[in-house]
Ligand binder design. Structure first.
Ligand SMILES: N[C@@H](CCC(=O)N[C@@H](CS)C(=O)NCC(=O)O)C(=O)O
Length: 339
């Protein structure tokens, strides 16, 4: 395994640049090896989670599968690298993974100083707090003096500090690198509060001994736009991942689903024709086959299908679309058009 070191990465690129070495693009690399190496979480239900047979599912996993469908016409051509929050950026910088799809918040520092590009938002989230119902607390503003469990290497840690300082409240952090350690510590009563992205609270609550004994407090203390990430310096690959997500969103908006995509291929609607590749150059512009988006919808589904299957009311997480509804349905999910 390649060493996860950002310093080593910049040294290598600098040496290659001075030596005039031509680097293969990520698309060439991916095609040559025959799969997409996708960085995911170490197990977050609804986002990227594996079962006892080692099958990965979740909305973040669906992005990995959709990229493989776009590139190879085959959503199964993915290998997964489970990463802690702390490890994830160096894994991408060093080239160990091709894309990071791991409930990662788009922030200014990550998008600039870390040498990364956020390709869009596949889940609009915000940070929240969970407590035991018998703690008797109804608002985060009653948490002064609390011990708070959280993950290292996250925006969560930083927002927590801001929020308690801004409200002149004391707190004690109990932090771990691995998410399961955080959940176990909270479940064992080592802290009064568990804080992370609200979606993460709903996902991790399932793992607690008595999920119903816990509640999520009403306050949302931050913006956490979560999305897939690529490296700086490879616009072609950045475009492919960005338009993979846009394909899934535009398909939902146009009513194209995994069930009807075959019929939709014969549609007279020019927007659907461009989406599914019977008209226009969308595939060619990305260096892909004309059926790139059709393969995504056929094999993975549109954004709404992926949301419903992994996060929605029919799943153990029971999350409403909320902000993640399309802009045409009262939410803020909005993809630029294919034209
Ligand atoms: N969105 C935040 C938090 C991401 C994060 O790592 N959250 C934890 C708690 S939900 C997590 O994903 N754990 C799952 C894992 O590490 O496998 C960020 O980008 O920093």
């Amino acid at each position: 395994m390649m060493k996860r070191s950002a310093i080593a990465f910049s040294a290598i690129t600098a040496t290659m640049a001075t030596a005039g070495v031509v680097q293969a693009t990520t698309l060439e690399d991916v095609k040559a090896k025959g799969f997409v190496q996708c960085g995911v979480s170490q197990g977050l239900p609804g986002f990227s989670n594996f079962d006892d047979k080692g099958n990965w599912t979740g909305v973040d996993v669906d992005v990995c599968r959709a990229v493989a469908a776009a590139v190879f016409g085959d959503a199964t051509k993915v290998k997964y690298t489970p990463l802690s929050a702390k490890e994830r950026f160096t894994a991408l910088q060093s080239g160990e993974i091709d894309v990071l799809s791991r409930n990662t918040t788009w922030t200014q520092t990550r998008d600039t100083a870390l040498g990364l590009n956020f390709t869009g938002v596949n889940y609009y989230d915000g940070q929240g707090f969970m407590v035991r119902k018998d703690l008797g607390v109804k608002s985060a503003l009653e948490l002064s003096g609390a011990a708070v469990c959280t993950n290292t290497g996250t925006t969560t840690e930083l927002n927590l500090a801001d929020y308690f300082r801004a409200n002149s409240m004391d707190y004690k952090v109990v932090a771990f690198e691995k998410a399961d350690e955080v959940v176990a510590a909270y479940d064992a009563g080592r802290c009064d509060v568990y804080t992370t992205d609200q979606s993460g609270l709903y996902a991790q609550r399932i793992k607690l001994k008595e999920p119903d004994a816990h509640m999520v407090l009403p306050e949302v203390i931050s913006k956490e736009p979560l999305g897939p990430v690529t490296r700086h310096g490879d616009d072609e690959w950045f475009d492919i991942v960005k338009w993979t997500l846009n394909c899934m969103l535009n398909s939902e908006e146009m009513g194209v689903t995994s069930a009807n995509v075959g019929d939709m291929a014969g549609s007279d609607n020019p927007g659907i024709k461009r989406l599914l590749g019977s008209e226009g150059d969308a595939g060619k512009n990305l260096g892909l086959d004309p059926g790139w988006c059709e393969a995504i919808v056929t094999q993975v589904g549109n954004y709404g299908e992926s949301f419903a299957a992994n996060l929605g009311p029919e799943t153990p997480l029971k999350i409403e679309r909320g902000l993640n509804a399309l802009w045409t349905q009262g939410g803020i999910q909005y993809a630029p058009p294919i034209r």
